[in-house]
Ligand binder design. Structure first.
Ligand SMILES: Cc1ncc(COP(=O)(O)O)c(C=O)c1O
Length: 434
């Protein structure tokens, strides 16, 4: 097999798109390079860069949304704190699958969990003038740092790779004891590395959040997708792990994008713990006159950002939550497909000289899921991105995610059935040419 794309064509695309460094290229930039080349010379790329759901949207949501549109809901502003039925069902869903009690009033729809984190950063960093910094427990979703930058907030971060288990305590405390951390964020399962923090680690995070009075943003974009366990039975253990068992200072961010393949409708839930919702902060009182964390989050911040979340998408999400909690919609069954894809893809990469980067949770092999991470000996993450492009394989460098490891993130969602053989063939040539 010949190398499908010449170095010159790749360089031209990079120059045309004004990308100075592939090491730091964003997901969108890598997508732009590969799409440009595909259009220019007609070579099929194996796209592993974008975390877009590769499955159809959940039918229950689509039906409920169409019905709401037919009933004329599109004409009416939604209430900012969310539709009552959605708030009730979100609270019930959390009870059913996390085994945590969050009152409906604290379950607030947002325009994707992206807006949920944006509003959370904003509110959390206004509570106390001494606390003006966000701590990212990395690796993480790069756009969230972009949100901090847009807001003009300071942030600190560290790669948790070398600080799993009990080591996490000292590392976290080294930041928290400075007294400037307003909030901390991590995703579980993790984007990009797909590790899952264990209960003892969540306990450390929770205890320290209480001790240093910092707010935890637990990003559950990949809710219950730790496919090693059966987390899909409502009101039955095992449950989605959560820091909410160990502290009251938390907001859970639950996105409809991946679990229900509903990314296009931009809806998620920020579930604010009861205690946090009702807490008053001096910084908020000074700025807004009065208000608790929850009321400022809703009636000041979300009001100013978008005046609520798409009315009809709220009907869809309420219906999907309800059906899942009623045991009538086994939402994990469809998305297990990503785990199957990861399993096949990992085998192909490992067969051709690649190695896993993040490969265990305190000794337990990682689940197969939406993402995994690989490296190739002797190449940095950026070099690997650049060296794979000529083979029509595109992915992002781990360095863009706050990881200190050299390697790339592989996203399984866009892989088509015929592309396993293609990848196998291309990586074989890549490996033999090294
Ligand atoms: C960790 C993480 N958080 C949040 C999001 C965004 O979620 P939403 O589509 O609900 O804004 C993603 C999407 O890829 C993600 O990976």
């Amino acid at each position: 097999m010949q190398i499908p794309v010449s170095g010159q064509i790749i360089q031209d695309a990079i120059n045309k798109l004004h990308i100075s460094n592939l090491e730091k290229a964003t997901i969108r930039e890598i997508v732009a390079v590969s799409h440009r080349i595909e259009q220019q010379i007609g070579v099929e790329f194996i796209h592993m860069e974008m975390g877009v759901p590769g499955l159809p949207p959940a039918e229950i949501g689509v039906k409920a949304e169409i019905e709401a549109l037919r009933e004329g809901k599109a004409a009416i502003y939604p209430t900012i704190d969310g539709l009552a039925s959605l708030k009730n069902e979100a609270s019930r869903f959390i009870q059913a699958f996390v085994d945590l009690n969050v009152a409906p009033e604290g379950c607030v729809p947002a325009v994707g969990s992206m807006q949920g984190t944006f509003a959370s950063f904003l509110t959390a960093c206004q509570c106390d003038t001494q606390k003006d910094t966000i701590l990212f427990i990395d690796p993480g979703f790069p756009v969230q740092k972009q949100q901090a930058t847009v807001l003009g907030y300071q942030y600190e971060s560290f790669d948790v790779y070398d600080f799993r288990g009990e080591k996490l305590r000292e590392k976290l405390e080294s930041y928290l004891k400075k007294g400037n951390i307003a909030c901390m964020i991590y995703s579980n399962p993790n984007n990009p590395a797909w590790f899952c923090l264990k209960d003892n680690e969540l306990q450390i995070i929770g205890e320290l959040a209480t001790k240093y009075d910092a707010i935890l943003l637990e990003d559950l974009a990949y809710f219950a997708m730790d496919f090693r366990k059966d987390l899909g039975k409502p009101f039955e253990a095992p449950f989605q792990a959560s820091v909410g068992r160990y502290t009251d200072n938390y907001i859970l961010l639950i996105s409809a994008s991946k679990i229900f393949s509903y990314a296009g409708q931009r809806i998620g839930i920020a579930a604010i713990s009861d205690k946090l919702y009702h807490r008053e902060y001096e910084g908020l009182t000074k700025r807004y006159g009065s208000g608790t964390f929850g009321s400022v989050f809703i009636h000041r911040i979300l009001y100013a950002l978008s005046s609520g979340t798409s009315h009809t998408a709220q009907y869809a999400l309420a219906a999907m939550f309800k059906a899942a909690s009623d045991g009538k919609f086994a939402f994990l069954e469809d998305i297990k497909e990503y785990g199957k894809r990861a399993n096949r893809l990992k085998h192909i990469f490992l067969k051709h000289g690649f190695q896993l980067v993040y490969d265990n949770d305190l000794g337990e092999e990682l689940a197969d899921g939406f993402y995994f991470t690989v490296k190739y000996p002797g190449l940095s993450g950026g070099e690997l991105v650049a060296k794979l492009l000529p083979y029509g394989v595109s992915a992002i460098s781990l360095s863009t995610t706050g990881s200190g490891q050299e390697g790339i993130r592989v996203c399984t969602s866009f892989i088509k059935d015929h592309q396993y053989d293609l990848l196998d063939e291309r990586l074989a040539v890549f490996h033999s040419n090294r």
